[in-house]
Ligand binder design. Structure first.
Ligand code: ZN
Length: 182
């Protein structure tokens, strides 16, 4: 089981590496790591379990954050109505909107950067290609998907982890005509 101890923190050099592509078809090992990452996110969003296992709540987790320098990440966004839940392997952002957005409030945070928050400019809309694992159907499909708003922000944050970039590198106070997303 992945817990907070397994999540490496800022200062660990793996977080600064450009991660390598995974082999396709996805190996059992990489698939299992992805499932474990989703499990962490699911448990971390369950108040009781988060308290019991001392899990910091998260909506995204990238493989480099558990010291696996490979190109995949997990996302779980549950807004009470819709659930967006997947692991994507070898993702490639192939198009980005000109319109920018940023997360309001304290801005973004990161499981690998305790106690720091900040506002970061992200593209409002992205098109991303990859191998997607769906935990409901248990299938992996090659697809290009489009995301906008909050999911787009989360995905760009996780994607940066695959290239050794942390959100703290991008914190800004200059938002231009970017839209605030809550
Ligand atoms: Zn992060």
């Amino acid at each position: 089981m992945i817990d907070n101890e397994c999540i490496i923190k800022e200062g660990n050099e793996t977080l600064r590496k450009v991660a390598i592509k995974v082999n396709v078809p996805i190996s059992k090992e990489d698939l299992n790591a992805g499932k474990q990452m989703l499990k962490y996110l699911r448990m971390s969003q369950d108040e009781e379990k988060a308290k019991k296992y001392k899990l910091r709540p998260g909506v995204g987790l990238a493989a480099p954050q558990i010291n696996i320098s490979k190109r995949f990440f997990a996302v779980l966004i549950d807004d009470g109505e819709n659930v967006l839940e997947f692991v994507v392997y070898n993702p490639e952002i192939i198009a980005e909107s000109v319109q920018m957005v940023y997360l309001g409030g304290n801005g973004e945070g990161c499981l690998s950067v305790p106690n720091k928050y900040g506002r970061v400019l992200r593209h409002k809309k992205i098109k991303i290609r990859g191998s997607w694992y769906d935990p409901i159907t248990k299938e992996i499909t090659e697809e290009t998907k489009t995301f906008s708003g909050y999911p787009s922000i989360v995905i760009q944050h996780e994607y940066d982890h695959l290239n050794g970039i942390l959100f703290t590198d991008k914190i800004t106070n200059n938002f231009g005509d970017a839209e605030e997303i809550s």
